[in-house]
Design a protein. Structure first.
Length: 184
């Protein structure tokens, strides 16, 4: 399936939107590197393969939909209770979902080819908006990409435990892997 000119609806039915965290601090052996899925999100992409610079993408992700899918490392495996506690902390203590229920990305520019492109835009987390660069490409009927979010740039204090000996690294990798959607 080739990428065609059109406006595409985006969402979890097409694939995944993941957050990948890592650990830092002297207690990092105790914690886990996490894969967190955004289970409720939507967006739209306006595409013209003959004019890659015209690519426009908007995405809204619901903070309450974060689900821990995997925890790698650590002294012991993650339990269901651990996952529930991590999700609650992320929603309530870190991202304040009650006051800021959505994380949004609005593109402002693009360059490259459909096979390898860069989107620039603005990411809004907890009411703070800063530039973000997304690197992506189309291959094998899929659109895959990633960006790095430095939490402290958005006023987020990375989670810590054990009196600060275990910390979430400031950088969180955002990844997406989507099937090419049908154009509207």
């Amino acid at each position: 399936m080739a990428l065609r000119t059109g406006t595409y609806a985006l969402g979890p039915e097409l694939g995944s939107l993941l957050l990948r965290t890592s650990r830092s601090g002297v207690g990092r052996k105790v914690g886990h590197d996490l894969t967190i899925e955004v289970t409720r999100w939507s967006g739209e992409a306006a595409v013209d393969p003959s004019d890659p610079a015209s690519l426009s993408v908007n995405v809204d992700a619901e903070v309450d939909s974060l689900r821990v899918r995997e925890g790698i490392g650590g002294v012991k495996p993650l339990t269901d209770s651990d996952r529930a506690e991590i999700e609650k902390n992320a929603r309530e203590k870190i991202l304040h979902a009650g006051a800021h229920p959505l994380i949004t990305f609005r593109s402002s520019g693009a360059q490259g080819t459909p096979e390898s492109f860069t989107l620039t835009g603005e990411l809004t987390i907890m009411g703070r908006t800063h530039p973000l660069t997304v690197r992506a490409g189309v291959a094998d009927d899929r659109v895959r990409g990633r960006a790095t979010v430095v939490q402290t740039q958005w006023g987020i204090k990375p989670y810590s435990a054990l009196l600060g000996a275990l910390k979430l690294a400031d950088e969180v990798e955002v990844e997406f892997d989507l099937a090419l959607p049908a154009a509207d």
